[in-house]
Design a protein around this ligand. Sequence first.
Ligand code: WTA
Length: 652
Amino acid sequence: MNTTKEFDTVLKETRLFKPLPEFSKNAHISSLKDYERIYKESIEHNESFWGNVAEELHWFKKWKNVLNTKEAPFYKWFEGGKTNIAYNALDRHLTTARKNKIALLWEGEPGDKKSFSYWQLTQEVKKCAHVLKYLGIQKGDRVIIYLPMIPELAICVLACARIGAVHSVIFAGFAADAIKDRIDDCKAKLVITADGGYRRGKVLPLKSTVDEAIKDSATIENVLVIKRKEDAVFPCTLQKNRDHWYHELYHKVSSEHEAEVMDSEDMLFLLYTSGTTGKPKGIMHTTGGYMTYAYLTSKYVFDLHDTDVFWCTADIGWVTGHSYLVYGPLLNGATVLMYEGTPQFPDEGRFWKLIEDYGVTIFYTAPTAIRTFMKWGDEWPKKYNLSSLRLLGTVGEPINPEAWMWYHRIIGNEKCPIVDTWWQTETGGIMLTPLPGAISTKPGSATLPFFGIEPAIYTNDGKETDAGYLVIKNPWPGMLRGIYGDPDRYIKTYWSKWNGIYFPGDGARKDTDGYYWILGRVDDVVNVSGHRIGTSELESIFIEHPAVAESAVIGAHHEVKGQSLIAFVSLRSGQQSTPKLEKELMNLIETKIGKFACPERIIFSADVPKTRSGKIMRRLLRDIAEGRALGNVTTLADPAVIETLKTQYNEE
Ligand code: WTA
């Protein structure tokens, strides 16, 4: 959970920002009364509510039941219904005025630009669908996508959905070992990658990372390679009979393609996320429910209108990119902006320049990014005309009121509502959020539940309270359907703390207005810059090193990243802590997970504090790292350990 200091800050926060009349006038949900009426309806008549929403989309065959709870928590939504999400996101618009509307605006980090109308994007997806078929991909096969933020990433995702293949996108910052683990777990047949991708002015060698990841793969049959860079940058070698250039196959295939008819509960995608044990979980999402949920949340939370340009800065490698860069906005016929690179290239004004250049109206980003922009200084956004913006959003981690206020004043010019949206990979879409034309906001609060969602805060014994564990009491269409290949872990992780109640793993508090304030993770998952990292994943990597006896990794408060990872490592006897060893340990994390998971600090210590039964007392380590008075130490096996650690931590 967040530090005590932040907990105190949110407890004291009293500022209230009412919906702006100018905004509410044209909003889909334009008053608190409307929100309350629809919310009540959505809870009391949950199935008919979701049934009516699903009716707004195209179904080849209508469902028999909206919700089947017989095998809970293995819920089924829109059972018997036949549809295709890519058809709904693209083809459905081609008989309307949106046919020639821009679906996707794209800019590469070097400044190259592309745009696709709904018609053009559909053609691209159809051709890509044929390429996948040509490579032997059938309905139900798993396809790994490891690409930079180029249009082909969105195109491949949609093409998989179109033919009924299950996509599993891996963020391009992950290392070869992490890719290998995911391929092995889901037994993928194909990897789609690129010869490179631009980040911070450099070109990432994605294809060689894939080569490394699949060198012993028992399941990968083909690699599809998209050409992104100039040949001169560095060579990209293709292995005969296994690797194929996308552009070569693209020219051979037709643009006539019928979307596969999918069952509502057919798997749509797998997305791996960290948990409390070493092994990442393959979160499963299916078709009809996810589609309905991504559609409605996009429409109401971002108040999408036909004139909007929606920029969600998340990478498609994370769930936010799935739901709010690709599926949700396209299901609504919106125009989205996608950008390949980092915000500081060629200088710290890049994001604001993009907003000005494309007339972005809705901007959705992470609190870490906002804190970074604050640090860079107001002069960067002030150089650009940001007056096209009408709505701002945040996601991924708690936002501190100071960053919220800066966002409101400097980026929103006090004219844009801010939607602080709480949700997870597992929830498929936004769960707690203001609706911008209807709900007053408070800096740092994700406010109220979205339609159809019944949250609560529980004590450890499952009693409702106002500060404790956040739970969701009812199923919703966007919910995960399980963990790939591990139904027991699904039940144990999410549904067992209180029987039948969904436990997301976050702590929260509810104020007297019923507003929710998320306080952070309550398990051993650390949220670094909005990326979930399981501390046990790092610990199990450290102990692979022959010099390491034991390690404990914790998350500590960090001004920009929200949290940072601090590793306490004890060495085997006879081993010395040296800068070289520290570098080796950092490299291990970098090559096994990726650079973004490297700890901020490694503290070498003689021992880590443990209870008498041998459990590492992470709470004490967190107290040390955040300079707090130590909590209860009576269960500690060897109290001397803690004093030594404290001295060491403060000395380094
Ligand atoms: C955290 C990202 C506070 C939370 C969509 C959750 C948030 C985890 C917020 C999910 C928010 C996400 N306020 N905390 N608005 N949004 N979180 O799966 O701890 O990458 O459990 O999904 O991020 O991270 P994930």
